[in-house]
Design a protein around this ligand. Structure first.
Ligand code: AMP
Length: 547
């Protein structure tokens, strides 16, 4: 017997219409590529999203078609999030920081028919356009006054399209499993792989994201999205913001300390989202200018993910900014929400040190996903906070298979997806990520967590960034080498840094050597490129080893 309850498909178009109905005047504030700050409302975004959908439908696009964006965080990109997916078309958000050959590969692989691009990316697309076989036209996200002279064929001005389009559009009532958006993840080997989200997965993800033990978003918040909208759909925040109709601030291409600080202060931001690097830049800016964010800002929560949130950063955010770090873990394949670090009742009276210990963990998993850690044989490991193993995940917003490679099995027979991360789970369900499987340092049959060594190193006030890698060792198989970047003007010595680390980790974890460099290599999503470092230091002679 079926229940006698109404069934409505979970659709992205409903999110923006809900925001426009319930809080039409809540603001979307954007720093534009052209320069000035732009203000509009959910009512405006919904109306213009309907126009976008009308245009796409008029061009004959619908389910099965894919269009892409090369765009920063801004209101026009937001309109495309809802207008494109709402019309049943797949929105492919291209990461412009990928290598040009990778961008060309994924636009062709996804058979993109139109490219919506910010002014910044016109030269890039001009260069590759002749090789984009499926693309029928380019829409530049600007107005007539800012249209560039370009040799792109079939080029249109977004504002002209919107001005002419009809806003009376009836959103199609799609099957909720219809594909809605597409993000490619760049592994360290091979071509980028596409993760294809559905309306249903996106809506369930957004609902759980808003829960107090998710990201705790509400209509009373003023959200600053420092995560690019081309990283896992901006971590799903544009959808969750519409679900709550919270004020949303989109910083455009300007992610420097001064620009972000101005938005935090002027837009009375209560919550931000971003990778640790953004916050390190912001903190440097505040230190250099002697600012007092505790007095000037009303910031409450700083959601950090994408890479481990270093303890020292969490401390600075609490002490200097008067805000709390909310640490989260996820990946492109998981939409991204996997875990969020929120406290339990027993943590109610935790002091600063205890809070920082807790915030260093990646957090607990919400309803909707399942996690487990297994050993090399695939046997489940105990939830004791110490047994580190391969982290597996399944759930409503976890991928089934990569786009275009559906025939290649990605999951095990029980539908678990191997994240490639190594971690522990404790008896309260808190996850601690210790490494990527391929980055673990194997010393004498035991694992050393490269991330824990790095986090300890960046706790030193004169270290801005650090990478720990395994280097071949005749006796121990591998031993850790620390490669660190010092603060400008610092004369920190190897002995001083090792002395500092020796009180913060087990003796056998202590790096055998330290090399100082001016900068470390990063991937297009800002992660340390350990493979490049392993290659660079593969013949490194550790002290005390025979040459
Ligand atoms: P991406 O798919 O590019 O978002 O990268 C996902 C990967 O980033 C994960 O598999 C982790 O290795 C890493 N990652 C994400 N969040 C965290 C975190 N809070 N702590 C440590 N690593 C993280």
């Amino acid at each position: 017997m079926l229940g006698l309850m109404q069934h409505h498909p979970l659709l992205i178009s409903d999110l923006i219409e809900h925001a426009a109905r319930t809080r039409p005047d809540a603001e979307i504030v954007s720093r534009t590529v052209e320069g000035p700050i732009h203000r509009c409302t959910y009512k405006d975004v919904a109306l213009r999203a309907r126009k976008v959908a009308h245009v796409l439908t008029g061009w004959g696009l619908g389910p099965g078609n894919v269009v892409c964006t090369l765009a920063w965080n801004g209101y026009r990109h937001m309109e495309l999030f809802f207008g494109v997916s709402g019309a049943g078309v797949v929105l492919h958000t291209v990461n412009p920081r990928l290598f040009p050959e990778q961008i060309e590969y994924i636009i062709n692989h996804a058979q993109n028919e139109y490219v919506f691009l910010d002014l910044t990316f016109v030269p890039l697309l001009e260069e590759m356009a002749p090789r984009l076989s499926s693309v029928r036209g380019f829409i530049i996200l600007t107005d007539k006054a800012h249209m560039p002279v370009t040799n792109l064929a079939n080029v249109l001005c977004y504002e002209d399209l919107i001005a002419e389009a009809d806003s009376s559009y009836a959103w199609p009532q799609l099957d909720e499993r219809t594909a809605s958006s597409l993000c490619y993840t760049s592994g360290t080997t091979g071509h980028p792989k596409g993760v294809l989200y559905s309306h249903r997965s996106t809506l369930l993800h957004a609902i759980v994201q808003c829960m107090p033990d998710g990201m705790n978003l509400s209509t009373r918040d003023s959200l600053l999205l420092g995560t690019p909208m081309f990283h896992v759909n901006g971590w799903g925040v544009p959808y969750a913001a519409a679900l709550t109709a919270a004020k949303l601030v989109l910083p455009g291409p300007a992610l420097d300390g001064a620009s972000l600080y101005q938005l935090l202060r002027d837009e009375k931001i209560t919550m931000t989202f971003g990778v640790p690097t953004i916050w390190l830049m912001l903190k440097n800016y505040v230190d250099q200018h002697g600012l007092n964010p505790r007095e000037e800002l009303v910031l409450e929560r700083v959601l950090i993910g994408g890479a481990a949130a270093p303890r020292a950063l969490a401390e600075a955010i609490e002490v200097q900014f008067g805000a709390r770090v909310v640490h989260a873990w996820g990946m492109t394949e998981t939409s991204p929400l996997g875990t969020v670090c929120t406290p339990l009742p027993k943590h109610a009276n935790a002091d600063l040190e205890q809070r920082l210990d807790l915030q260093a963990l990646q957090g607990r998993y919400p309803y909707g996903v399942w996690l487990k850690v297994v050993d090399d044989q695939g046997d489940a490991l105990p939830h004791d906070g110490a047994s580190a193993g391969h982290l597996l995940i399944k759930g409503h917003w976890v991928t089934n298979g990569y786009f275009g490679s559906e025939s290649e099995p990605l999951l095990d027979e029980d539908n678990w997806f191997d994240t490639g991360d190594i971690g522990t789970l404790d008896s309260d369900g808190y996850l601690h990520i210790t490494d990527r499987a391929k980055d673990v340092i194997k010393s004498g049959g035991e694992w050393i967590s490269s991330m824990d060594v790095e986090n300890a190193a960046v706790g030193h006030p004169e270290v801005t960034e650090a990478a720990a890698i395994g280097v071949a060792h005749p006796k121990w198989q591998e031993r850790p080498l620390l490669i660190a970047v010092r603060k400008a003007g610092s004369n920190l010595s190897k002995e001083q840094l090792l002395g500092y680390l020796s009180t913060r980790m087990a003796k056998w974890w202590l790096p055998d050597d330290v090399v100082f460099v001016d900068q470390l290599p990063h991937t297009a999503t800002g992660k340390l490129q350990k493979r490049a470092l392993r290659e660079q230091f593969k013949d490194y002679q550790l002290p005390g080893t025979p040459s």
